[in-house]
Design a protein around this ligand. Sequence first.
Ligand code: DLL
Length: 432
Amino acid sequence: MIWNEHKECMSREELRILQGKRLCEMVERVYHNVPFYRKKMQELGLEPGDIKGIDDLPKLPFTTKQDLRDNYPYNLFAVPMSEVVRVHASSGTTGRPTVVGYTRKDISTWSEVVARCLISSGVKKNDIIQIAYGYGLFTGGLGLHYGSEKVGATVIPISGGNTKKQIQLMKDFGSTVLACTPSYALYLAESMEEMGINPKDLKLRVGIFGAEPWTEEMRKEIEKKLNIKAIDIYGLSEVIGPGVSCECEMQKGLHIQEDHFIPETIDPNTLEPVSNGQVGELVFTTVTKEALPLLRYRTRDLTTLNYEKCECGRTLVRMEKCTGRSDDMLIIRGVNVFPSQIESVLLNMGETNPHYLLIVDRINNLDVLEVWVEVEGSFFSDEIRKLESLTARIKHQIESTLGISVKVKLVEPKTIERTEGKAKRVIDKRKI
Ligand code: DLL
């Protein structure tokens, strides 16, 4: 089934005309309403009238996460706050979150794109969707929630965590669709085994998994263990949240909602477009968003674009599963973590050396983060109590900055390998 056949299956030519028209309107709006964009365009000698269609897109300036941070919290908004009906936020490098805003129309656009994603994954009105993405500032919970309601499915807004209860309700309420991160899906599968519940006795048939990278191997494992079809959904708060793209039932790439978000793939070093079919950094220009329109936003996610028509009938371009990034952001239990956040905590504490190592692993399908920190050798001859107290303080500081639990291990000076070039700060043992 297709939710919006007109938009999802239009000819490429028609789509390009629509994108061009929307792009021109958007550029006009941001030029007049957002001083930041006006300044950037002026620096390039550009006026709105210079953008006449989709072919002029590469003339526009890029936007980065740093730009959002520099304009914290609302300075990139293109409408007065009285028009903003919701804000969400995701973590950033300095502890300052990236704040995003939505007008009533933006919420409606978001529901529309998520509805398209759900329908393309095979979800129907009579499905019961258990939403185990976090509700709150994170866009996962509420994004899936509004899209599911738009489809007319029954929503169980359980949010993340509380694993035993998730499984109990899945059984009692007859959930047919599970929406959560892929790693949590595997954890749920394993917990079911422990609870003596056979997934075959549940009604679950589809999983809407995203918010973190996962591989084909992981998909196979989830599909086998939970006896479902596992669908990949992608998105980022800055662009709208979940629903920027999603796989259809063919599971051969994620269709991008191109009438709203125009993708490009660039070489992260030269910033030039990569040729068709080559891996590049994904860049999005939003053309319908009102509160936070973005010009050529650099996602840092690496992927390839495929413009061939899909067997499902949709003409929307497909992006390959994202498995890499062009920066050092890690996604741990669905939370975006930059090594520099931990570095600032350690440096601010004053008692530790700026030598640290992050060891990320997946144990029993749950991501765990261990932080090794070098402390002065003299510390180790001190009382155990002092060591324990420092460990606890570091742990507390890091946890309150990142919002996820960590294990802290103090190590003696020179334990962590030194390199001549870039320091190796992260060992990621997860096979993703
Ligand atoms: O993770 C939005 C989302 C919620 C997507 C629920 C899907 C499902 P942020 O917290 O802003 O937003 O994180 C965005 O997460 O730039 C990618 O690096 C990564 N990411 C999101 N979906 C996928 C995916 C949400 N399907 C960042 N595959 C993005 C790989 C993903 N990475």
